[in-house]
Design a protein around this ligand. Structure first.
Ligand code: GAL
Length: 666
């Protein structure tokens, strides 16, 4: 489906039909409405006006356009702020957030939750049975913090529940360090600085994700009580997919644990923004795969840019054809819907310059035709895509506690946790074209190869999960900085990889932040390590050294950089350095071959992304070319072209070209 974010409350009703007719002409399947409309839905406390929303739902229905209703709680109205100033978020410096933007409310404040819940209850009671409402979006891009006294008490209660006794907390956080020992739960502070106690910092972030989850679940429960299972409930996650450097990185980029935040929804959705520059299929592909892995099922892109945003330094447009390639690329990675933000420029308000499909005058802008093409293609191919999903036999683990823990103590300036994930994801995707990204505690038995990059925080449960996977015959690769910390962000008393060191038969003797690249060679390969290098100690005679460091700081010279060990039919490998891309790919190629992972499409030319969706006795292959020049792709056998009917064995794709091909499953 293609959807659009439409804000009927910003326009006289007399204009609605014209807008909806233009959507219908563009094959738009659904509108997302209601989010941010609190002041129109409840103009005064307890005075609810939902009739206009009902008229908007009916108007859409007349144009055969379904509705996803957003709860408007990310934009509380002015009357609420002035009547209940205590609902405004308290910022880290103790000041209060101000009215006039979004997310100014404290989602953990009981008064705010009650006010939000009352409105959501009205909406759900009215629309829970509505045949034209197909789903709900709770809040908008959730994830917040708050430093009020009330939240501090909630945090202390959460800690009490987690640790049981203060003695346990004091031990787990080693509070004897710098006399941090607590003798009363009330003494436990917010982590005021970025170098607070690591146990406190990790617990605070985990608390925030839990508290946000409970806020979202509160609304979900209200909706669920009125809505049948036909209406599916989600929230639209904000995820920054853009590459980061030491200069642009902030540990706040990974503010929430998405596995926690999204746990209670029927499906996951996220907001895919390129922002500045052009579409990077690998970074976007990784993020799609993260979202697909949240609930292990297909997902939606709830917002994407129709050409441009308004919030970058330089809001260049995506090129002609790029919006279409972006949409099909998402489908190839498992998206079932792509929705554009937004339909039409509001006359006033903060986002007047943002990309749209229809200008303030109500007539289409140039990108409208491209979105209409996408929507028409989606409509034509929907029967073939229905019930299909991406199936991968390789997984990369993604762990927010580890990302936070490393982010707060990077040690090496250029070690960016998201890049550690990407540095493995990209070659794995290039080699196989189907990679799942899952949590460290996820079931792993469906995978032949699992890679854990920088799994710094290795909980006992995750360690057991990984060890069981290897013992059952899986091939596990641990990347540098794995297994240093336990679930409280404390050091494991064993050297890295902590509880997996015995299984590996090796351990990390010492880690080094590198000043310059170090040569690395072994098993007939050579390359270099940069940023991070761990000197490994081999402890067991059946451990094979895959790579050794060349001359460097003396400490590393000639020492093991990567080791591997067979465990029954399984294998465990540890790579203790940030290797260059070619060497990483060479290492992975060996493990992919050995573990019997078959690539979706061998010999795919670079610049082409392949997504394979299977189900219902057939498979659909989606190819998108982002290379500057045309690319010729030889198919594994004859396939039916769904966009340009005919049988194909070879397709040629121009820049931003797309092919959607179907075959019966073998
Ligand atoms: C999103 C937000 C939308 C809109 C959009 C502009 O983050 O959810 O409401 O503001 O950005 O790019």
């Amino acid at each position: 489906m293609v959807g659009v974010a439409w804000y009927p409350e910003q326009w006289p009703e007399a204009r609605w039909d014209a807008d909806l007719a233009l959507m219908q002409a563009a094959h738009v399947s659904f509108v997302r409405i209601g989010e941010f409309a609190w002041s129109t839905l409840e103009p005064r406390e307890g005075v609810y006006q939902l009739d206009w929303l009902e008229r908007a739902v009916r108007a859409a229905e007349r144009h055969h356009i379904a509705v996803v209703l957003g709860t408007p709680t990310a934009a509380p109205p002015a009357w609420l702020t002035s009547a209940y100033p205590e609902t405004l978020r308290t910022l880290r410096d103790g000041s209060r957030a101000k009215h006039g933007g979004r997310h100014q409310a404290d989602n953990f404040n009981p008064r705010f939750r009650a006010l939000a819940g009352a409105l959501v209850e009205r909406m759900a009671a009215r629309f829970g049975g509505d045949p034209n409402v197909i789903g709900w979006q709770v809040d908008n891009e959730p994830g917040s913090d708050d430093f009020s006294a009330g939240t501090r008490t909630q945090f202390q209660d959460w800690l009490r529940h987690r640790y049981g006794t203060l003695d346990a907390l004091n031990v787990r956080w080693t509070t004897a360090y710098w006399s941090q020992t607590y003798s009363d739960w009330k003494q436990i502070p917010f982590p005021e600085t970025r170098d607070a106690n690591p146990g406190l910092m990790l617990a605070w972030r985990q608390f925030l994700s839990d508290a946000d989850r409970s806020y979202l679940r509160g609304q979900r429960d209200v909706i669920r009580a009125h809505a049948g299972p036909r209406q599916r409930i989600t929230t639209n996650l904000w995820i920054d997919a853009r590459a980061k450097t030491a200069e642009t990185y902030s540990p706040d980029a990974d503010a929430e644990d998405l596995y926690t935040l999204n746990a209670d929804f029927d499906f996951a959705s996220w907001d895919e923004y390129v922002g500045i520059g052009h579409f990077d299929p690998a970074r976007m592909g990784l993020t799609h795969d993260v979202v697909r892995g949240l609930l292990h099922r297909d997902f939606w892109v709830m917002e994407t840019q129709p050409g441009t945003v308004n919030w970058s330094d330089n809001n260049n447009s995506l090129d002609k054809g790029e919006v279409r390639a972006l949409a099909w690329h998402a489908v190839g990675h498992g998206a079932d819907a792509v929705a554009y933000w937004q339909w039409r420029s509001a006359l006033n308000g903060q986002e007047q310059y943002h990309g749209v499909l229809v200008g303030a005058d109500g007539t289409p802008v140039p990108v409208y035709d491209e979105v209409a093409q996408v929507a028409g293609e989606f409509a034509r191919t929907a029967p073939a895509l229905a019930g299909t999903s991406v199936a991968a036999s390789v997984a990369v683990l993604n762990d927010y506690s580890s990302r936070w823990a490393i982010g707060w103590q990077r040690f090496a300036r250029d070690f960016i946790p998201a890049n550690a994930l990407f540095d493995y994801y990209q070659p794995l995707h290039d080699l196989t074209h189907a990679v799942d990204v899952v949590a460290a505690g996820a079931p792993l038995d469906r995978y032949k190869l699992v890679v854990a990059p920088a799994l710094d925080v290795l909980t006992p449960a995750a360690a057991d999960n990984l060890a069981a996977y290897v013992r059952a015959g899986g091939s596990l690769v641990l990347g540098a900085r794995t297994g240093l910390k336990d679930g409280d962000n404390g050091l494991w008393p064993e050297r890295q990889p902590g509880p997996l060191a015995a299984l590996l038969g090796a351990r990390v003797a010492q880690w080094y932040a590198l000043e310059r690249p170090v040569p690395v060679a072994g098993s007939g390969r050579a390359g270099q390590a940069s940023t991070w290098a761990e000197r490994l100690d081999v402890l067991a005679s059946d451990v094979e050294v895959l790579l050794r460091y060349g001359a460097s700081n003396g400490w590393l010279d000639g020492q093991p950089a990567a080791v591997t060990r067979r465990v029954g039919k399984g294998r465990i490998t540890y790579v203790g350095a940030t290797l260059d891309p070619a060497l990483t790919a060479a290492l992975l190629r060996r493990l992919i071959t050995e573990s019997g992972v078959a690539p979706v499409l061998p010999g795919l030319p670079d610049g082409v992304d392949a997504g394979l969706r299977e189900g219902g006795g057939h498979k659909v292959l989606i190819l998108t070319n982002t290379a500057a020049d045309p690319r010729r792709v030889t198919l594994p056998g004859p396939m039916r072209d769904l966009l340009d009917p005919g049988e194909r064995r070879v397709v040629t794709l121009p820049r931003y070209g797309v092919a959607v091909l179907e075959a019966d499953a073998k």
